[in-house]
Each structure stands twice: as structure tokens, then as C-alpha cells.
Design a protein around this ligand. Structure first.
Ligand code: GLP
Length: 264
């Protein structure tokens, strides 16, 4: 995998947005087939969304022929709840770009039949031709999407119980009240993410340092689902100095050196 270590979150986010915009433009130059983009929520991707919005407004990238699939959604929160991932995505990204609303896909955490909702989501991804690029963040315990520790590395979209740790961390969005955080979520699986042609995981700040260390230097293991990225032929982990802080000096130097001219 590639590990990009930028000075801070702002610079890492600019790198990610430029890479995504270029991937969309590269496909648009050769085919009319839509670009299929997997997307996360959370505080981590916010700057990347801001930068993509800027690039869109400046005419440097268009989302008119982009289909999106979000990673996850809480179960049981009304779609218009301020903390639903539907609300998050429209407020922070979709309302500000030229995407066709019909091309936006987010799991319905209020579906009557949640298992069917998940199975249909996988079929819809397949029907769209598969995901070209999946962007994700990572939890402090190394989870990607809501694939908590010990999730199957071959998992597909399904319903998951959230760990106490994740509920606690996410309670900051619910006024610090853990009782208000949903206990269940629908999430794409580790294998859904890894089936994308390209995967970019963002990890910024000291709280993500352990997840980055495990993801890069740790052994492939379901206890840190981020390690699945090691098996992807085109995986990129974008971090900042703080999140890279637990890497061995030699690992750090290796990636700084090999990425310094950015030849690819
Ligand atoms: C949640 C989301 C993940 C996200 C993680 C980290 O658990 N399901 O997709 O990566 O939070 O969030 P943040 O970016 O706010 O640190």
C-alpha cells in the first residue's frame, strides 16, 4: 500500500481531493460510464469534502456523472435527524456540488427489512459496475466503516452492533449522551470496501496513531479491520504527522522517501 504522510490534516485532505478529482476526470476522458465513488462520514473527511466542493465550483471536476454509495448509516434514526448520515452528507457535501440527487445512495436505517436493504445495496453497487474508488476514515480502534474489531474480513453489507467504544466516541455528536447513540448500524463490509478498484483511507490526528501503526506495521487481522487495506492492490493511507507518530522511524522514513517526488 501507499502511505502518504502530509504535515497536517489540511494538506492531507487537499492531496485526497486532488487524487479523487483526477480519478473522476481520468475516467470521464475515456468513457461516458459513470464514476462510482464510495464515501464516508465523520469529522475526518470534512476537509476533503470542502476541497472537492471548491474544485467543483472552480470547474475543475464535475459530479454530474458520478454515482455515490455511502459506507454506513445508523439504524432507527430518522433520515432528517441532525446526526443521521443522510443529513451529514447533504449538509457537508451533496448540497454544494453538481451531483444528480438520483445518483446518491445511502443505506436506509429505517427500512422494514434491514437484511433485504443490505442485500439490495450490494446488488445496486454491482449494478452500477462496482465502486471505482472507496474513500474512508478509520475509527480509533482501527474500524473501517462500522466494521468493528473482529468483523469478518470477507464481510458484505449487513447490520452490525456497535461497540461501547464506538458509542462512546460518537456520543460527542449526541451532546455527550451515550444513551442517544444508536446501538446498531447498517454498514458495507470489509470486502465491499476492498472490492473497489481503489481505496483511500484517511487518518488524521494523534487519536488515530495506533490505528495507523496497526494498519501499516501490524499483521493482517480482523481485530484491526484497517489491516485489510494491506491486501488491496491499490490501497492508499493518507495521514498527517500526528497520526504517523506511532510508526517506527524506519517505516516513517521509507514512506517519506518513496513518496517525496510523487512520481505516480
Ligand atoms: C464512525 C464511522 C466511520 C469513521 C469513524 C471515525 O465510526 N462509521 O466511517 O471512519 O467514525 O470518525 P471520525 O472521522 O469522526 O474520527
Amino acid at each position: 500500500m501507499r502511505v502518504i504522510i502530509e504535515q497536517n490534516q489540511e494538506k492531507g485532505s487537499v492531496w485526497a481531493a486532488a487524487y479523487i478529482a483526477e480519478a473522476i476526470n481520468r475516467k470521464a476522458a475515456v468513457t461516458n460510464t459513470p464514476f462510482v465513488l464510495g464515501l464516508p462520514t465523520g469529522s475526518t473527511p470534512l476537509n476533503t469534502y470542502k476541497e472537492l466542493i471548491r474544485l467543483n465550483k472552480e470547474g475543475k471536476v464535475s459530479f454530474k456523472n458520478v454515482i455515490t454509495f455511502n459506507m454506513d448509516e445508523y439504524v432507527g434514526l430518522p433520515e432528517d435527524h441532525p446526526q443521521s448520515y443522510h443529513t451529514f452528507m447533504w449538509e457537508n457535501f451533496f448540497s454544494h456540488i453538481d451531483i444528480n440527487p438520483a445518483n446518491v445512495n445511502i443505506l436506509n436505517g429505517n427500512a422494514e427489512d434491514l437484511a433485504k436493504e443490505c442485500a439490495d445495496y450490494e446488488k445496486k453497487i454491482e449494478g452500477a459496475g462496482g465502486i471505482d474508488l472507496f474513500l474512508g476514515g478509520v475509527g480509533e480502534d482501527g474500524h473501517i466503516a462500522f466494521n468493528e474489531p473482529f468483523s469478518s474480513m470477507s464481510s458484505r453489507t449487513r447490520i452490525k452492533t456497535l461497540t461501547e467504544d464506538t458509542i462512546l466516541v460518537n456520543s460527542r455528536f449526541f451532546g455527550g449522551d451515550v444513551t442517544l447513540v444508536p446501538k446498531l448500524a447498517l454498514t458495507v463490509g470489509v470486502a465491499t470496501i476492498l472490492s473497489a478498484s481503489e481505496v483511500i483511507i484517511l487518518a488524521f490526528g494523534p487519536k488515530k496513531a495506533r490505528a495507523v501503526q496497526q494498519g501499516v506495521e501490524g499483521a493482517y487481522s480482523h481485530s484491526w479491520t484497517i489491516t485489510g487495506l494491506q491486501t488491496h492492490p491499490h490501497g492508499i493511507l493518507i495521514t498527517d504527522e500526528a497520526a504517523a507518530g506511532e510508526l517506527k522511524v524506519n517505516t516513517y522514513k521509507y514512506f517519506k522517501d518513496i513518496e517525496k517526488d510523487n512520481l505516480l
